[in-house]
Design a protein around this ligand. Sequence first.
Ligand code: NAD
Length: 494
Amino acid sequence: MHWKELASSVRWRVKPFINGCYRPSTAAEQFENINPATETVLCHVSVGNSGDVDEAVRVARKRFNDGCWSEAPPIRRAEILLRLASLIIQHREEIALLDSLEMGKPIQAALHDSGHLAPMLLRSWAGFADKLLGVSAPLSGSSLSFNTYEPRGVVGAITPWNFPALNAIYKLGPALAAGNTVVLKPSELSASSALKVAELAIEAGLPEGVLNVVPGLGGTVGSALAMHPDVDMLSFTGSTLTGRKIMEMSARSNGKPMLMECGGKSPHVVFNDVADLDDVAEEIVQGIVYNQGQVCSAHTRLIVHEELKRTMLEKVVMRASQCRPGDPLDETTTFGPLASPAQRDRLKVYVEQGVREGAKAVLKGDIQESGGCYVLPTIFDQVAPTMSIVREEIFGPVLCTQHFRTEQEAIALANGTEYGLVATIWTRDMGRSKRLAHSIRAGAISVRTSGRQSADSRHILSFEPQKASGFGAELGLRGLESYSNLKAISFSGT
Ligand code: NAD
């Protein structure tokens, strides 16, 4: 595949997609969309404004009320989502290329997202579309009472840049399967693949106006959506800081219900009975280099039994120091740039702060200051629980190491941040793993005995983030329930 050639002929999508077609934004101002691998300008995107959002919500409301989607048989909705999944596979190269150019994702990883994960997730939600079954109360001679799920209405969705196409699918999959209409605001850094998916949705048979996408800035388009009085639900993925602002906006407008998928600072907790230290070390390094560490569930804390600490750190540092950054459009590249100059600056500040606070950088990754947002992995040892590098989400390839002697110490360290997204426990002791799985406050826990095997059922099981990582479930059947109103209906009389 000649990715560079394809890149030179990309069609950039920079306008709102409303009611099945592109229309000019009502905002005059634009911002530059930068390729983080080269720091050159890809295109100019409208900053967007409340006028664009008003129009998208008006169309989405009209479509919701006319019932063309909300009252379509669930199996019909499933058919269209399945067709969309197939179209995404057909267009996976273009979607992957857009994501790679806009946020620096290595092209092979982007292809895995667009050609495998996105269609798999869509198919999973399509399969649940006709399975939102309510319970009924015991029947008596004079009454009949049951629950039913109804779509919430117009769903506003706001997504981040780290998995651009996938983040869009995470929102529109369950929202559409449950019968809602959607106004999606993708990240300003990477809106193109979501716009492409909206085009494909029309080709798949989704009625015009059921899915609308408004690109633009968070402070203009995002806040207009969160404040909108005619949006029935707001589904957000992004940082905890922005999530909190959005919750305030919901409270100040119409109190719309929310689904919040926010930040993380996830731990690997490694006991001294693990089978193969090399495999475990490899997994730990993959946890901070995959997507350049820009993953909400990145395991950026290594909490390791003190008997293993030296050996484990040596193995981790040896592997992480072999990390070679490359051009995201080269198919052999596995480590690209960070998504933006702002991300690079943020990471630099944290690394300097870690050193100032007294942590020991056993591997200090180079930071390329210009001509690409490349930053190599940094590994800290001697990290005190109070340090900002271990408490706050950095969102880059930085690992903080802490040590424990007892199970209780391990649990206290694992629970030592405000986040509660996911955690991995490495041990062969079944009793201990159950105790830790119960005591660690996180939405999803993996227990592993050795490397090279991991559960492949993540798309089936729902989970809810805990603490500052958010609330509400997106995956599986519970995902559809999140985007539905639960109603009780009773008939009485003879
Ligand atoms: P961000 O919070 O800066 O932005 C997320 C989205 O919110 C963007 O579309 C942005 O434009 C919008 N936004 C920003 N300010 C806004 C405002 N005032 N009003 C309304 N909208 C606003 O996050 P980011 O830097 O794009 O993404 C990284 C974050 O996303 C990390 O914290 C990461 O952990 C999180 N994330 C979480 C999950 C999850 O499932 N829990 C998944 C992916 C990413």
